[in-house]
Design a protein around this ligand. Structure first.
Ligand code: AMP
Length: 584
């Protein structure tokens, strides 16, 4: 079975294609959204998802979130002397989703379509494939998130001829894509984005402003009082979500250790204030919009529908800005948190030749310009390091393009072809993808011609071929996403080290989540209630220790009731299963 996976900055989802269409797969807690958070508890046991997210509030130093932002880098996080890369952390999330899907579907899941932001470069895409492999998944295809969203809408609303703009504001990233829909055929015209703009920046801004009002600086608090910041961010996140559906909301200000004492101050924020605080972020979203429209050669008035993707598009300020720019309300018939995963499942169905999606066709674009390094003659001197584009950004793929280069010196018999990806004039600012040598060029005057052909396919495989025009001799180099980064041995080592991590059996995940949630709530409660909660927690822990199912169930129910009564941090969170997406 091939599933579709949305590996998100803040949340990840898995879906599959059923007869009735794409369907989300719930995790063991019955939820569709699994937080992309990984932690190691004090006993060195691995926590992934909601449980890790709860644990992060009281033990931020033992948890990692938002690691998607570091894909493509060597960045490492250390917990208990164990270092994790973004690839390994992503692998842990993917492995969890794979296991949850297998459990739910009752069959094994061998491969997956995984979505990435459209502007992810080759290294970030390779890292995503690596993460899949470490998780034990064959990555059938990497698909751009907006392309997936267009597929989900395209399948639901087939007989349409329209120009769609996908506005995707997730937890950490912003993406815009322009898609031409002609019935079953979806053609991606252009994509543009910003790597460091997302819902989390709105949360950070609220936290920074609140701290500022107390004479504190965000960065200092982050370093010196991480518990305070972690708790405050959670409060800000809740406030932000509440402001999506009401005019005023409030948060509690935690003390230095991240606790809410009885006299913890309550701070009110209204929509107007929030809008002012975050106007710089809204402004930053305009640039990729202009770029995507410009690359597709379109005016904003030509856009027929704007599709909303990503939880952060629930913020009314975003919708207001879209109405301002395009003069129309955006479409949100499919839940913006879920649309990418649903589209990934449609793509999985296309690869699997599933009869329910047989008619659909989707074409994508090359997200970055691809080209080679050249040397230029300037004032009698040769200067290397210039970038010569061969396939321009936003060209529809699959594509094959050629350019001719010439030898610079008399009797030059060899030329190095260095391949780069990026938008800069100089290669040192672009991403190096590989190189090869062209040999046997016939001796003679300078100016011998070599044709360099780039062929880029739907799987992101780039084949570069150089032909010496005089002799017709060809030299070839293939840049695949598999050629860089970790060797098979390194992947095997990573798989082994992941397997060595202690993990609780899946059946216990609901209990573990309740434990972590209760522990987090404990630190928030006043003394009287704390004692009560402590007693109930003790009973629950003992029951788990004794492995007495009946006793566990009894204590769980009591504890759950208590926690639900006092834990108001869950209210106003989006409940994807009950949401009426059409009219929120
Ligand atoms: P995603 O990566 O698509 O899961 O996006 C998650 C982001 O959406 C996070 O930054 C959330 O804070 C944000 N988000 C989710 N629901 C809401 C809401 N109701 N109002 C504002 N932001 C939200």
């Amino acid at each position: 079975m091939i599933v579709g996976i949305d590996l998100g900055t803040t949340h990840s989802l898995v879906a599959c294609l059923k007869e009735t269409g794409p369907e989300l797969i719930p995790n063991s807690l019955g939820e569709y959204l699994t937080p992309s958070v990984v932690g190691l508890d004090n006993a060195g046991e691995l926590l992934v998802g909601r449980t890790a997210q709860e644990f992060m509030v009281t033990a931020p130093e033992r948890c990692v979130s938002m690691f998607k932002r570091q894909m493509g880098t060597e960045w490492k996080w250390t917990i208990d002397n164990k270092a994790f890369t973004a690839v390994e952390l992503s692998a842990l999330v993917l492995k969890t989703l794979k296991e949850e899907a297998e459990q739910y579907l009752g069959e094994s899941v061998e491969s997956a379509v995984i979505t990435v932001p459209a502007y992810f470069n080759e290294h970030q895409r390779t890292d995503t494939i690596r993460a899949g492999e470490i998780a034990g998944l064959k990555v059938a295809r990497i698909v751009n998130e907006p392309t997936a969203a267009a597929l989900a809408y395209g399948l639901r609303e087939q007989d349409q001829e329209r120009l769609l703009l996908v506005y995707d504001l997730g937890g950490g990233t912003f993406d815009v894509s322009i898609v031409d829909q002609l019935d079953d055929v979806l053609e991606i015209r252009s994509s543009a984005g910003e790597t460091f703009l997302g819902g989390e920046d709105f949360t950070s801004t609220i936290a920074a402003r609140v701290l500022e009002s107390k004479g504190m600086v965000y960065e200092h608090v982050e370093m010196k009082e991480p518990e305070r910041l972690s708790r405050l961010r959670r409060e800000c996140e809740r406030l932000k979500r509440q402001l999506s559906s009401r005019d005023v909301a409030s948060l509690r200000f935690p003390d230095a250790r991240g606790h809410f004492l009885d006299d913890a101050e309550t701070i009110e924020v209204n929509r107007e204030q929030f809008k002012k605080w975050t106007s710089h972020l809204i402004g930053r979203a305009d640039l990729p919009l202009r770029k995507a429209l410009g690359d597709a050669g379109l005016k904003r008035s030509e856009v027929d529908e704007v599709i909303l993707v990503g939880g952060a598009t629930r913020m009314p300020t975003i919708v207001e800005r879209i109405v301002e720019i395009f003069g129309k309300e955006p479409l949100r018939r499919i839940n913006p948190d879920e649309v990418v995963a649903l589209g990934a499942a449609v793509q999985a169905g296309l690869i699997d030749r599933n009869e329910h999606v047989e008619e659909m066709v989707v074409t994508d674009v090359a997200p970055f310009t691809l080209g080679v390094e050249t040397t230029r003659e300037m004032a009698g001197e040769y200067r290397s390091g210039y970038f010569m584009p061969i396939i321009n950004r936003n060209t529809t793929i699959p594509v094959s393009r050629a350019q001719t280069v010439q030898t610079l010196h008399p009797n030059q018999t060899e030329v190095k072809v260095a391949i780069y990806q990026g938008e800069h004039r100089k290669t040192d600012q672009n991403l190096f993808l590989g190189e090869f040598q062209v040999k046997n060029i016939p001796r003679g005057p300078a100016g011998q011609e070599i044709e360099i052909r780039f062929t880029y396919d739907l799987n992101g495989v780039l084949e570069v071929e150089a032909m010496v025009l005089e002799t017709k001799e060809k030299f070839q180099h293939v840049v695949t996403r598999y050629a860089r980064g970790m060797s098979q041995r390194q992947i095997d080592d990573a798989i082994r080290s992941m397997e060595n991590l202690k993990k609780h059996p899946r059946e216990e995940s609901a209990n573990r989540y309740l434990l972590k949630r209760s522990e987090r709530l404990y630190s928030e409660l006043p003394w009287g209630e704390r004692e009560q909660l402590d007693l109930m927690l003790k009973g629950f822990e003992e029951a788990i220790e004794l492995q007495d199912e009946e006793l566990i169930a009894r204590h769980r129910e009591a504890l759950e009731n208590f926690v639900n009564l006092f834990d108001f941090s869950e209210e106003d969170d989006n409940d994807p299963q009950s949401e009426q997406t059409d009219d929120w």
